[in-house]
Every structure is written in structure tokens, then in C-alpha cells.
Design a protein around this ligand. Sequence first.
Ligand code: SAH
Ligand code: SF4
Ligand code: F3S
Length: 492
Amino acid sequence: MKALKNQGRTGGRHEQEAQGSRKRCAIITFGCQMNEYDSTTMASLLAGEYDLTEDPADAHLIIVNTCSIREKAEHKLYSLVGRFRRLKERRPGLRIAVCGCVAQQEKERLFQRMPHIDMVFGPQGLYRLPQMLARLEAGQERVMAAELDEGFSIPAVPRSPLGLEPARAYVTIMQGCDNFCTYCIVPYVRGREVSRPAGDILDEIGQLVDMGIKDVTLLGQNVNSYGRKGGAGTDFAGLLSMIDRQYPGIRLRFTTSHPRDLSVEVMECFERLDTLCEHLHLPVQAGSDRVLKRMNRHYSRREYLEKVELLRKIRPDIVLTTDLIVGFPGEEEEDFRQTLTLLDRVRFAQAFAFKYSPRPGTAAARFEDQLPEDVKGRRLSALLAMQEAIGLECYRALEGTVQELLVERVHPHQEGMVQARTRGNHVVNLQGGPELVGRIVHAEIYQACNHSLKGRLCAEYPDGNHSGIGDDPLARGSSNEDHTDVCTCDNT
Ligand code: SAH
Ligand code: SF4
Ligand code: F3S
């Protein structure tokens, strides 16, 4: 769970002039990067009237952007929004919105369960936020926008600096998913796959670059199928090339890649495009063909391993990370063992592992051979122990190397320290102050920890800055955001 922060940025001159009359909005986000992106889109839509606050008790409007990928994530929402009832009793003018994937799933039922909510809207509905608020102001008691439109296209929302981190940002390139993996709720709550036109994406990256953003992650549930349905103007490899040509100074990343659709053209981009960072998140989910088939993943263990091998041939230093589900219905000890042997073989730098959680309406929730919680728990612990050792080994291999880092934030807990990221996506803690935030520096890695590295700035790169970034006023902001180092968990 994250509260969107002001990060020392404001909504712009117009908003600063009207500061006295501005209202405050708390945006709390659960779930994946898509939701984080959607929350910043909402901040942009509200920037004319609202500032952000991290304290719901101080807000005129509270927006909870929800996730329903696993049951635990859903439960967290109910306990949080339940607590806002008291706030509403004290301040009847307070508006409370629940949006995102649980809102899309539950619709009307949310109003019944929590009558103090004013607005319910899904991932497609959020673009109508200003109009929905206007309807509440005009006296309408409740507003809902939770229909899924087959012909939906993603509107272009001019990006406000409000809520952005100092150095890196997400850009959604597509919405929805057509894959229907049998465990997954996403196609039901995010609708059919739709790609944004390449021109809109390039414009948005341009706006971010003008604000001082140096690291851009393209988002989609399955970015490799970008443009497949037409209307986007290019395919995914083409989009990467266009961005690389137009914005040669940035670091470019993307997530998520479906292994089935990862083409040789996209793999070759890791070699061909300087902007594209040498990190790929390639969720494998399971190591056994029997389980992969029941998951409806459309690739085999062998095909996955062949793609990994080819990737490493094309880009030997590529850093691979993955997602895994343990305790899928009918997963036997032998299937699980194959997941462990796959981990051993590929040696991912990080693996995000989850206990299978049955989701309403999905095919796997109806499978009869569900596994007991204790089996899932035992397998998760075994996997975690194995991955800890592999991850540490990958991190140790970087000891003694010099890495190019983008400094992202002041360290949330350690005074006099900042947090930075390698091109390979490792988090590095190093000594320094807020003046480094937003800058590209070089550091020698002197110690590997479980999920991060320790580094010291290199003297031979005096200002540590080969792109003139230090002059950018917006790059000076800092953030206290809690860095998620933990990579293996059973909830979101
Ligand atoms: N589009 C991405 C994944 C999105 S969901 C992809 O195709 O890989 C993020 C991760 O949550 C998934 O990779 C999967 O590992 C996990 N996940 C999804 N549904 C789940 C469920 N029902 N139970 C447990 N984990 C789940
Ligand atoms: Fe879910 Fe599969 Fe789509 Fe990923 S590809 S969002 S796991 S249905
Ligand atoms: Fe993301 Fe959770 Fe929705 S993982 S797409 S916010 S269900």
C-alpha cells in the first residue's frame, strides 16, 4: 500500500497562484505498477483543484485504488476503507472513492458493504473523475462508473508533475489482457487488450523528460502483444526503437513480458538500443509443463529455457527476474520440484513468489484439486530459501564492479544515504544527500546484501553526471518512499 506523495513538486504556476483555495486529496494505491500509474493519472486529472496529502484525516477527497489479484490484497482494502467511516462522520463533506480492480469486480456491492463510500469506478472509469466529482457537487448521492467497454481507448491525459517521483516514471502503453491465464482475475477487471497509439506514448514520454524524468518504464499486462490488434501504428519492437530514437538520453524499461510472445525482434532490442536497460522481468509462473498447461500459459518449460538462452546469447549481462505461483490446483511434489530445478537452472536475480489464491470467476477457482494452505506455505518457504541463496549469489557477482546509477531518492531510513538503481535494476544504497537525487553517477559496489547493494561514489567521475542532469530544478526533489527490497511474499 502506498500513498501518493507531493514529492516537493507542485501542479504548476496556475495551481500555486490559487494555493489558498486548493483542496487536498489522499490517493492510496494497492497492487501493481498499472495501478500506480493510474493513481498518477488521477493526480493529473485533479491537479487544477487539488494538492496531494499523505494523511487521509487531512483530505477533502480520499481515493483508494484497489487490487484484487489475491484475496489478501482485497481484504486489506475493506479494513482500510472501513476505518474511514469515522472520518466521514466527523466531516460529512469528505468524499471517499474506491476505484481500481476490486471496484470493477464488486461494483454496486461496495456501496452496500460500505455505505460511507461516494464513488466507485473501475480502471476504465477513472478518466471521468472530474465529471463524477462535479455530479457529487451538484447533489447526486453516489456515482458509479464500472462498466467495461469493448471499444475502450485510453485517453491522453496531460501529465502533471503532481505525485511523480523525482527521477523515474511509468507510462502505460496498453490496457487489459486477452490471455485468460486460468488463475488470473486481470482480464475480468481490466477488460480486453487495447494499445495506445505510438504518438500518444511518445508525447507523454516527452512531457516526462521535460519534467526531469530519466528512467521510463513502459507498462502493459503483456507488452509483447503491443499493437497486435492494430491502431497503434507499430509493434512492440517498433515502439521501443521509436522511443530510443526520439529520447536517446533516457533509461528505458518495460514490464510485463509474456514468455510466449517475446519475439526475437524484441530480444534483439536489448543489444541494439542503448536506452533499453539490460533487465527483463519474464514471469515463468511454474517449472512443470503439466502445471503450465493447466495455467493456460501457452509455453513449455523447454521453450521458456530456450528463450532465456537466446536472450543471454544476445545480451550476456542481462538481469532476469520472474514471478512464480506455488500451490496451483493439482500441483504435485514433482511439479513443484521442477519449479525449483528451473530456478536453479535460470538463476534469476529476483523472484516474486505467491501462494496460489483462488479468484472469483476464474477457471482455476473451479478446479477441484485445490491444495491446502499448509502445503502452499511449505512450498513457498522452500522456494524462498532457495531463491535467497541464488539472489545473493547474483548480487555478489557485482561486488568490485563499477556501475552506472540513477539516484532515485533520499534513503527513507538512513540519514546521509541515498538510494539509486543500476541499469540492471538492482537497488544500491550509497552515501550522499538530496543534491544527488535525479542524477546519473558511477559507484563501485563494495557489498552485496540480500536484495540490495552497497556502493561508494567513484572519484574518477567527478560530477558523476554525463547528461547535464544536475541543472534540472525538478530533479532536486526527494522522496521517503519505502523501498520494497523484499522480493518473495505471499501477498501484494
Ligand atoms: N501480466 C503479468 C502478471 C500480472 S499479475 C503476466 O502475465 O505475467 C502479477 C503476478 O501475480 C503474476 O505474474 C502471478 O505470478 C501473480 N498472480 C496472478 N494471479 C494470481 C493468483 N490467483 N494467485 C497467486 N498469484 C497470482
Ligand atoms: Fe493475468 Fe495472464 Fe493476463 Fe498476465 S497474461 S494479466 S497473468 S491473464
Ligand atoms: Fe494490477 Fe492488482 Fe489490478 S495486480 S491489474 S491492480 S488486480
